[in-house]
Design a protein around this ligand. Structure first.
Ligand SMILES: Nc1ncnc2c1ncn2[C@@H]1O[C@H](COP(=O)(O)OP(=O)(O)OP(=O)(O)O)[C@@H](O)[C@H]1O
Length: 252
């Protein structure tokens, strides 16, 4: 599998009330093209920080990260922002959409900012994505008047607008009930089948059971890993048991 992200010895230190706290202490990992990886671990173990550092949103204090063979540390702020916007889609637990814009405009906004002249093409793409995700009827709806699942679908549409190579998501199902979480995971699985890599942070073993690889973090390090060859429905029950066993073993 061709490498998409290569990280070696990543260190991240936060200042906490004047005291330095090492949140990532030498994390090394590779994410392949089209891979579906999940990060699990106790609260505070550094999962979100790892995601933000790998995406170039937050600079590392040590180590190296390369995206598609290109080192992030030598890049200017502009080049980094450009890479992030064009190659990485980000999905959050609660989509950060603007309250004064309708769903369609929220999905369009980031890509329109970068490609003003392409507005017709972008609108067409946004509508196709919304239709594909079952929210085609909601384009003019205010974002305060849709369900959590519909909002998350809009967040995923927005992340897909630039046809990213990877979607990174921080607890994308954390605010949803289990039925809606399952539907959102079906969407992620489909996105992955179409070739986009996924890196998801989750506390939910059912989400992890659908991945090809589960990385377990503890105290700023990757301490264990599971790999699943088979991601189909039948295999997921077996994968789930393995994830739960590992969580128990690691005290998560
Ligand atoms: N901007 C920041 N400034 C200072 N400390 C931070 C900052 N962001 C995170 N931390 C600290 O870094 C540690 C790791 O945080 P992080 O959010 O990466 O953990 P996590 O594993 O994602 O946790 P959770 O599962 O609760 O979301 C925590 O102790 C947190 O308090």
């Amino acid at each position: 599998m061709k490498k998409l992200i290569t990280a070696e010895g990543i260190v991240k230190v936060y200042d906490q009330g004047g005291e330095p706290q090492t949140v990532l202490s030498g994390v090394s990992l590779e994410i392949g093209e089209g891979e579906f990886a999940v990060v699990m671990g106790p609260s505070g173990s550094g999962k979100s920080t790892l995601l933000y550092v790998l995406s170039g949103m937050d600079p590392a204090d040590g180590g190296t990260i390369a995206f598609d063979g290109r080192a992030l540390d030598g890049l200017s702020e502009d080049a980094l922002a450009d890479l992030r916007r064009s190659k990485i889609g980000f999905v959050f637990q609660q989509p950060t959409l603007l309250k004064n814009l309708n769903i369609l405009d929220n999905i369009l906004l980031p890509s329109l900012r970068d490609h003003k002249k392409d507005s017709q093409r972008l609108k067409k793409r946004a509508r196709e994505l919304m239709d594909g995700m079952g929210i085609g009827e909601l384009s003019q709806r205010e974002i305060t008047k849709v369900s959590g699942g519909q909002l998350q679908r809009a967040g995923i549409c927005r992340a897909l607008m630039s046809q990213p190579r990877i979607i990174m998501a921080d607890e994308p199902t954390g605010a949803l009930n289990s039925k809606t979480a399952h539907e959102i995971m079906d969407i992620f699985a489909e996105i992955n089948r179409e070739g986009t890599a996924l890196l998801l942070v989750t506390h939910d073993p059912k989400v992890a059971a659908r991945a090809g690889r589960v990385l377990f973090m503890s105290d700023g390090q990757i301490v264990s890993e599971l790999r699943f060859q088979n991601k189909d429905e039948m295999a997921q029950d077996k994968n789930l048991l393995e994830v739960m066993e590992k969580m128990k073993e690691l005290g998560i």
